[in-house]
Design a protein around this ligand. Structure first.
Ligand SMILES: Cc1cc2nc3c(=O)[nH]c(=O)nc-3n(C[C@H](O)[C@H](O)[C@H](O)COP(=O)(O)O)c2cc1C
Length: 161
């Protein structure tokens, strides 16, 4: 499949679980010939948010189901941008020992659903396992299909003028 789309994966990770998931997604996007860039949250230029067709956000959960401090700027940037044609996905790792399992994923999900075109959600228990590869693959396909559909409609509209 040859897709003309620009995708960013932006993640926060302390002990490496979410990083592992982000790297798996990165490899899968590459396998779909997508132009994809992997960013740690501290390296992601928030002003470039609008330069991508799709953004996959990865986060661990902190405190009592909270979004990590370093992810809050990105959360607010999506709210401010409010671009319904921006395809997004939210993924993360958590520990079901806690009451709010992957609570940060849920908080991002609710916001991204309102302000962007949310295509996929993925929660993984701690370290990604073999069976999670298929779930990652489904997230990638959901994003690729959603962007292609948007581009198809946009090209159709452009052709009318
Ligand atoms: C102080 C602390 C609070 C946490 N709170 C939650 C929580 O509320 N919900 C949850 O699902 N996981 C919680 N976790 C688990 C982490 O989100 C989980 O270990 C995650 O995989 C860490 O991701 P990382 O390896 O990418 O840093 C907590 C972990 C710590 C140390």
């Amino acid at each position: 499949m040859n897709c003309k789309m620009k995708v960013a994966i932006v993640y926060a990770s302390i002990t490496g679980n979410t990083k592992e998931l982000a790297e798996e997604l990165f490899e899968l996007f590459l396998a779909h010939s997508v132009e994809v860039t992997l960013y740690k949250i501290e390296d992601f230029p928030l002003l470039d948010l609008n330069q991508f067709d799709a953004i996959a956000v990865g986060t661990y959960t902190w405190g009592n189901g909270e979004i990590p401090t370093e992810m809050r700027g990105l959360y607010q940037a999506f709210e401010l941008l409010g671009r319904k044609s921006l395809v997004t996905a939210i993924f993360g790792t958590g520990d079901s020992f806690y009451l709010r399992y992957c609570g940060a994923v849920d908080l991002f999900r609710d916001m991204l659903y309102v302000h962007t075109n949310l295509a996929a959600i993925l929660k993984v228990e701690l370290t990604p396992q073999d069976q999670d590869v298929d779930r990652c693959h489904r997230l990638v396909v959901a994003i690729v299909n959603r962007v292609q559909r948007i581009q198809h409609v946009a090209n159709g509209l452009a052709g009318r003028h």
